[in-house]
Design a protein around this ligand. Structure first.
Ligand SMILES: CC(C)(COP(=O)(O)OP(=O)(O)OC[C@H]1O[C@@H](n2cnc3c(N)ncnc32)[C@H](O)[C@@H]1OP(=O)(O)O)[C@@H](O)C(=O)NCCC(=O)NCCS
Length: 161
């Protein structure tokens, strides 16, 4: 993956901190108008860093404080679970989602995880495409509302070589 092709040049990934939350929440509301995580949920998630969570934001490396993407993973023993992954609509299809996911995988590996799991909406084709490209495979499918989707796909990737 080259920066020129993917368009990740000029962006940086940093640990998510409380002062990022208003900007994170704005992206969340844009992407999930009906099922957005509340500020309290984000607070609860980042309060578990570093023991049980890793969260990152993506912004432009030009002094801008505007968050264009974010992702988080729960770590428990050898298992890592993607909690959320999002890129602002205007910045999608430039390789940023893949960039963030690669970072979450790399952090999970550094924390000793041997597998990564996630839930994704059954008709969320951009996300399913992203995860399949990253080597995730479907291991289960269940009915029930997940962030506005009627069906949930559970996907898994082994982090062992
Ligand atoms: C899913 C999401 C994070 C992808 O981010 P992105 O920055 O647009 O993705 P990338 O540009 O890195 O794309 C990487 C790969 O994902 C897949 N993909 C991304 N968008 C796609 C789309 N609209 N249709 C089909 N495949 C898509 C492709 O395989 C792509 O590789 P390619 O460019 O070589 O074809 C973004 O669409 C998003 O934030 N969606 C709303 C929130 C969400 O659904 N998050 C996932 C929760 S489980």
């Amino acid at each position: 993956m080259t920066a020129a092709k993917t368009g990740v040049d000029g962006y940086r990934i940093q640990p998510m901190r409380w002062w990022h939350l208003p900007s994170v929440r704005a992206v969340e509301l844009e992407l999930y108008p009906d099922t957005a995580w509340s500020l309290a949920t984000f607070w609860s998630e980042i309060s578990q860093i570093p023991k049980a969570r890793e969260y990152f934001v993506l912004d432009q490396d030009k002094g801008s404080t505007e968050v264009v993407g974010y992702g988080g993973v729960a770590i428990s023993g050898r298992q890592a679970d993607v909690q959320t992954l999002a890129v602002k609509s205007a910045n999608q299809r430039c390789g940023l989602g893949q960039h963030l996911l690669d970072h979450l995988i790399s952090r999970a590996l550094q924390r000793g995880a041997s597998e990564m799991l996630l839930d994704v909406g059954g008709t969320n084709y951009p996300a399913v495409g992203l995860y399949e490209k990253a080597g995730f495979c479907e291991i289960n499918r269940r009915k029930g509302c997940y962030r506005g989707y009627e069906e949930t796909i559970v996907m898994r990737k082994s982090l062992r070589n």
